[in-house]
Design a protein around this ligand. Sequence first.
Ligand SMILES: [Zn+2]
Ligand SMILES: [Zn+2]
Length: 348
Amino acid sequence: MNSSFSFIASVILSLTMSSSFSFIVSLTLRLIMSLSSRFFEYAADEAFLQFCNSCKGYKAPRSHHCRKCGRCVLKMDHHCPWINNCVGHANHAHFVAFLSCAVLGCAQAAVVMIISLYRTFNWHYYMRLGHTQLNMVHFTISTLALTVFAVGLSIGVVLSVGALLFFQLRVILKNRTGIEEWIVSKAESRRTEADPPFVYPYNLGRWKNFTQVINWEFEVTGDGINWPVREGCNQYTLTVEQKEQKLEKRIRTIPYVVEKEYNGSWCPFRLGFKVLCSPPLSDEPRIPLKPSETVNVTRWRKYWLFGEKLNEDPDADPSTRIRGWFPRCCVMELGLESQPDEETKKTQ
Ligand SMILES: [Zn+2]
Ligand SMILES: [Zn+2]
């Protein structure tokens, strides 16, 4: 009895030992695999993703940093001042629903008010024909004025918000945000005929693009980080293109030295009529300049330039970079600074 008991006990112990051993081995293997995959993931992120100096982290594909929100936004389309928030992956469907309701609501209001006004203006005509049972709205001078004003407002909303709704639906059907549209146009323009064409990775066909954002529950699909892509593309296709474009931009950068002070005003009256009348059509900031400062310019307009002030301090926090627009007449390309003219030289 004793020997049979010890036999059973030894079998149970060996089974337990072997299962524990295999459990430990599988756990260790899983840990090693997860660590190594994370290592390769991080290595890929470092190699192919852009770093956000403000958030101190790598930006997920399709995400961008919003200066107004102060954070990186997944699949950012634009910052909307009307909702005081960014439109992106998490609220794209809700934003489209909001626009649709605004358009439909204002269209319905416009129709009701126009019919009411029509009946009121033609009241005598209806009475003459014996339509005495018709529902009429009785206007006073003030309610009449307000109704006409409201009709104008509602038609204005239908047209302006309707246009925005149209552009948003186009974004959804192409699966290409406003920012991505800009990146793709640059990608196409910087390629020569010998280069293979740039394939935008997220366009899966109109229906799939549509259902990726809009569904009956208006629920967000996907995590906003990993996206289904077209054949031949990968998760990093767009970010690699962005990095190459930024590198090209850095090479094209030209330093300018400030010669005339500029206070950062959006309407610089003192700098001439042409500067005042041809501002850059962008809500990007205007940066104040002081003489002898250096600005690295990356974008050129006829009367305005876009650039970043050179920070002399090598330890300065990169998130405090000062970038924006300023009038072209306040700066001179480095090396071409205006020299004192001959007359001045002679008198000196
Ligand atoms: Zn950020
Ligand atoms: Zn924002």
